[in-house]
Design a protein around this ligand. Structure first.
Ligand code: PLP
Length: 397
């Protein structure tokens, strides 16, 4: 039976990673894969994670099952991290949380919940959006459509085009939004634009589904959660998919959560019961280790301070690299304005160069980025940023 299966092409990012590994040139620069890197090019285990993990292993007496909704302490701590300590949704009894296998697991759970509630619902994603949003949101059978988002002329958000399109959607349409550090463009909504979106969502009865995968890596922990906090304070229903992969560096531990805000406490209980059933049918229970680490960090003052400090320095490093990249590129490409890189946030930017330039950068200069020109800013470092800017100067005409 399995002989009938077609062989699929490899994922382009995996192909890019393999090509980078096979490149023996010592000057090679990896701006492809979306993980945070320090100045030595490493993706380190955060200090607080290491300490929490050691204490956890010493203390743990069983590996018995937890539950389909995961670690209750983790879920409560994540609600406070994402929403803030004083958020009205916490007191109103309308917010429920299920632990998920990473942000991807949370996105898939959210999509399945929407399908259970309204199989005909259409999910609208930004143009462009993170490539994996497409299978995560549509493999359960939901239809996906796109709304305009990125303005390549300014490197910012095409807000009028975006709101113009959203304003024409029928009620009960689902709108996938990136809370901050938009992947792949780095172009984020300003606070005032979130407020305008809130009014639009309310007026048109749209359901926001917010993906927050980079909290703390854009403008700060509270700043990056402005959108989800605002919408959850004001709207009857919101879904928020959270990833701890980047801001806790827990990529392979598959740690995340889905928050669901419902109109009433009864509806919230029903939604959680549905989510538990969905999780049982997909993977039964989420992995415990990463969630236990995050719970330990967020509920211990010393570990939390250490984590927040390290996260601050990661964010600062990205901001400094953005400023340095603009400066270097101004010198090597005087006819192009790369100033947008410093106005964008998070790990990613579109470099905005033509496909032939992306190819030449890879083949002639050993600088690797995605085919669409997305670069991971954190892949730059003190000792390669000059080389990177010179290489771009050679291929940009
Ligand atoms: C926009 C976005 N959402 C969600 C995720 C989910 O990541 P994970 O499943 O590793 O937590 C990522 C990871 O790259 C992302 O970029």
């Amino acid at each position: 039976m399995l002989e009938l299966l077609d062989r699929l092409p490899p994922d382009p990012i995996l192909g890019l990673m393999a090509a980078f590994r096979a490149d023996s040139d010592p000057r090679k620069v990896d701006l492809g894969v979306g993980v945070y890197r320090d100045d030595a090019g490493e993706t380190p285990v955060m200090q607080a994670v290491r300490q929490a993990e050691q204490a956890l292993l010493a203390r743990q007496t069983t590996k018995s099952y937890v539950s389909a909704v995961g670690n209750a302490g983790f879920n409560a701590a994540m609600e406070r991290l994402v929403m803030g300590e004083e958020h009205p949704a916490l007191g109103a009894g309308r917010l429920r949380t299920i632990q998920a296998p990473g942000g991807c697991g949370a996105l898939r759970l959210g999509a399945e919940l929407i399908r259970a509630a309204a199989p005909e619902a259409v999910v609208h994603v930004s143009t462009p959006t993170w490539a994996n949003h497409v299978p995560l949101l549509s493999n359960c059978g939901l239809r996906l459509e796109r709304y305009p988002y990125f303005d390549s002329a300014t490197g910012g958000v095409a807000f009028d085009a975006m709101t113009g399109a959203l304003d024409r959607l029928p009620p009960r349409s689902v709108v996938l939004l990136h809370a901050s550090c938009h992947n792949p463009t780095g172009a984020d909504l300003e606070d005032g634009q979130w407020r305008e979106l809130l009014a639009l969502m309310r007026r048109r009865s749209l359901l926001p589904f917010i993906d927050i995968a980079y909290q703390g890596l854009g403008g700060g922990v509270a700043e990056d959660a402005y959108g989800p906090r605002l919408l959850c304070a004001e709207l009857p229903e919101v879904l928020v998919a959270v990833s701890c992969s980047k801001n806790f560096g827990l990529y392979r531990e598959r740690t995340g959560a889905l928050h669901v805000l419902s109109a009433t406490p009864g509806a919230a209980d029903a939604a959680l019961s549905q989510l538990a059933r969905i999780a049982r049918g997909l993977y039964s229970m989420p992995p415990d280790h990463g969630a236990a680490i995050v719970h330990a960090i967020l509920t211990d003052e010393r570990l939390r301070r250490s984590w927040a400090g390290e996260l601050d320095s990661m964010r600062l490093r990205i901001q400094q690299l953005r400023a340095a990249a603009v400066q270097r590129l101004a010198a090597t490409c005087p006819r192009r304005d790369f100033g947008f890189i410093a106005r964008q946030r998070g790990m990613f930017s579109y470099l905005g160069v033509e496909p032939h330039a992306v190819r030449e950068l890879r083949e002639r200069h050993h600088v690797y980025m995605l085919d669409d020109g997305r670069i991971n800013i954190a892949g730059l470092a003190r000792d390669n940023i000059g080389y990177f800017a010179e290489a771009v100067g050679k291929v940009v005409r």
